[in-house]
Ligand binder design. Structure first.
Ligand SMILES: Nc1ncnc2c1ncn2[C@@H]1O[C@H](COP(=O)(O)OP(=O)(O)OP(=O)(O)O)[C@@H](O)[C@H]1O
Ligand SMILES: [Mg+2]
Length: 371
């Protein structure tokens, strides 16, 4: 797998003990497969065996649900497959066409501090995909709500205007000093100059705005701020309130406040405040965007509403029927989306096919939140 990689979600163990597990990745291979042969997996540095002589052979289109009690070694099997853990012996062989075909996600995926498109494209650069591909991936991930936050949407002039009007209103409402008419003029001038000069949130300016669009936006922002300012002046004839320093400095301050808020909230996806479930929906957005051939998914729906989890797995099967999926799950009702079921119990890995239209099998005693 690449260096800049999704596997950073999986903590590697400290390097102690015997390291005899061979992990082999074969890129440029025509076939997609995962072959685990006689894998004995040990807790690093300890005597404990987690899996004893486990075998697994998967190819394109196989989807295997991996179940087992907490601490039985499921995530460790993923760590082994990613080359992060090699205590024990046996071998893991992964074949695929391209390293980009291998995808992994834990239940708490970390998001890079980038704009939303960068989060979805990760570990690939944001310009790997087109805006249409991003938007359709988010629709497939049932996450249409976040489409307006994609940078090219977030910086649309009317979105910016709506957002900035709120910032202006809030800033003026919090103001605390009185000013003269002369200072008021200086305020507007200072604000207008600063907006024009600094309206250059890095990617916004270069990728989404031409020079004239930028000037127009600065002008519109200035008129919006001026209109609000004048309305407040009319409402407070004797004492208009402004942030401590009146005049030019206050105008500049307001402009910078607008631009900072714009950068923090609309443009920089890394500052999006996402819940655990929303991050998991973004992980599915990543999957639908990147269309990986091999996926290691470690409880990637644990924070989602059960209906959402089912919808997403259903779409995954529909949209990427030829991908190979190894999915750790604790919710047995998800097993129907898989073709095989590997259960890890008493250090033994038992693999069975999943019958079509199978009723959820009981993972009793293993599932901490069984209905
Ligand atoms: N980075 C690590 N270094 C050393 N030991 C570890 C590491 N991660 C896990 N272990 C140990 O390996 C054992 C198996 O952990 P693992 O994370 O594989 O369990 P799991 O089956 O995924 O459990 P859960 O269902 O709770 O996620 C545990 O006893 C754990 O303490
Ligand atoms: Mg785990």
């Amino acid at each position: 797998m690449n260096d800049k990689n999704l596997k950073e979600d999986f903590t590697p163990p400290a390097a102690t003990g015997a390291h005899d597990i061979k992990v082999l990745e074969r890129p440029n291979s025509a076939e997609t497969s995962l072959k685990i042969v006689d894998l004995t997996l040990e807790v690093p540095g300890g005597q404990d065996v987690l899996i004893h002589k486990g075998n697994l052979h998967l190819q394109s289109g196989d989807r295997i649900a991996l179940t087992g009690a907490n601490g039985s070694g499921k995530s460790s099997l993923f760590r082994v497959s990613m080359g992060l853990w090699n205590s024990g012996n046996g071998s893991v062989k992964i074949k695929g066409q391209n390293q980009k075909d291998i995808f992994c996600a834990s239940q708490q995926s970390r998001m890079p501090d980038t704009m939303l498109d960068g989060m979805l494209a990760y570990p690939h650069p944001a310009d790997t995909f087109t805006p249409e591909q991003y938007e359709s991936a988010l629709r497939e991930a049932d996450y249409e709500d976040i489409i307006p936050q994609l940078p090219w949407n977030a910086v649309k002039a009317d979105n910016i205007m709506r957002f900035c009007e709120k910032v202006i209103s809030k800033t003026l409402a919090e103001a605390t000093a009185t000013i003269t008419a002369q200072q008021a003029n200086a305020f507007i001038k200072g604000m207008s100059t600063a907006l024009e000069k600094h309206l250059a949130v890095p990617r916004m300016a270069t990728a989404y705005f031409t020079g004239s669009e930028k000037t127009l936006l600065a002008k519109n922002l200035t008129s919006a701020a001026t209109a609000q300012f004048e309305k407040r002046s009319a409402d407070n004839t004797s004492s208009l309130m402004l942030p401590r320093r009146a005049g030019k400095k206050a105008g500049e301050k307001l402009a910078m406040n607008i631009l900072r808020e714009l950068d923090n909230n609309l443009v920089r996806g890394g500052r999006l405040k996402l819940s655990g479930g929303q991050v998991q929906k973004l992980v599915f957005g990543r999957i639908f965007l990147q269309k990986p051939k091999i996926m290691f998914l470690d409880e990637v729906t644990s924070a989602l509403h059960p209906e959402t989890a089912h919808n997403l797995y259903e779409k995954l099967v529909q949209k990427l029927p030829d991908s190979m999926i190894i999915g750790i799950i604790h919710d047995d009702s998800l097993i129907k989306f898989f073709t095989k079921h590997a259960d890890l119990r008493d250090k033994q890995l038992t693999v069975k096919p999943v019958e079509k239209d199978a009723k959820p099998v009981s993972l009793c005693g293993q599932c901490p939140y069984k209905p």
